[in-house]
Design a protein around this ligand. Structure first.
Ligand code: ARG
Length: 247
């Protein structure tokens, strides 16, 4: 029989304790988000957030297991125990925060635009795109999509399953702009751009990225937030950041 404590979750010490007992921390991510989580030629998942998570697992004394999950299903997957935690470049939004708990942010980003080269000069900010003649793309289930529908509501919006297809739509001239998190666009403009894209680097939203846990799991939030403070002061965070962002 379940006790009242077990029912309310009070008896459990949470995800981090479970991971320590199991010897593995299972993190759900959609490894399409450069340079945070992406798949290299050898099929390994690498990136800034992956390195942070490796350091986190090491500090817990457990193995890290990455569970690939499509982005639009990632919150339901956490809630149905497919993994312990979301570590997927997730923006801490108030709407998502009604469904999951978040740790302190590990970085702050914002939406930016990659536009078709021919539109350079004509499009100086997202506001200039807000007309029905423009077609914009992003990835389904992301804040890029939410912001496109909210702030550029007059334009035609087309959502893609992955970032790369959404960028290619602009490279191929089918769409006018791709809206997405700044760090991704910094990498994409050189990688996929092939001289056909222009990056408008000024972020126009405020988006803290954080790790997501089930509601009520304050013990885990406490451990992770204290670990984040530690690595921000002892050089670990700066070393990992420099590896992915300063080259
Ligand atoms: N920060 C954006 C969001 O929360 C995009 C994150 C996409 N992450 C990924 N692993 N593909 O919606």
């Amino acid at each position: 029989m379940l006790s009242a404590c077990a029912l309310s979750g009070l008896a459990q010490a949470g995800t981090v304790d479970d991971a320590v007992k199991r010897g593995t921390l299972r993190v759900g991510m959609d490894p399409t988000y450069m340079p945070f989580e992406m798949t290299n030629k050898r099929g390994e998942i690498i990136g800034f957030e992956v390195d942070l998570l490796k350091a986190m697992a090491k500090a817990m004394g457990v193995k890290l297991e990455l569970v690939s999950t499509s982005y639009d299903g990632i919150i339901p997957a956490l809630l149905t125990d497919k993994f312990d935690m979301i570590g997927s470049g997730m923006t801490l939004t108030q709407e998502r925060n009604l469904r999951v708990n978040f740790t302190s942010p590990f970085i702050v980003v914002g939406q930016t635009l990659l536009i078709r080269k021919e539109l350079q000069g004509e499009i100086k900010s997202y506001k200039d795109l807000n007309a029905s003649k423009y077609r914009i793309t992003s990835k389904i289930g992301t804040t890029g999509e939410m912001v496109a529908k909210k702030l550029i509501a007059q334009a035609q919006y087309h959502g893609f399953d992955n970032e790369q297809e959404a960028v290619m739509d602009v490279v191929n001239g089918k769409a006018d702009a791709f809206i997405y998190d700044a760090p991704y666009n910094v990498v994409a403009v050189n990688k996929a751009g092939a001289g056909k894209l222009v990056f408008l680097p000024e972020p126009f939203t405020y988006e803290p990225l954080a790790f997501g846990l089930k509601k009520g799991d304050y013990d885990s939030i406490n451990w992770i937030n204290n670990w984040l403070l530690q690595i921000q002061k002892d050089g670990t965070y700066d070393r990992i950041h420099a590896k992915w962002f300063e080259n």
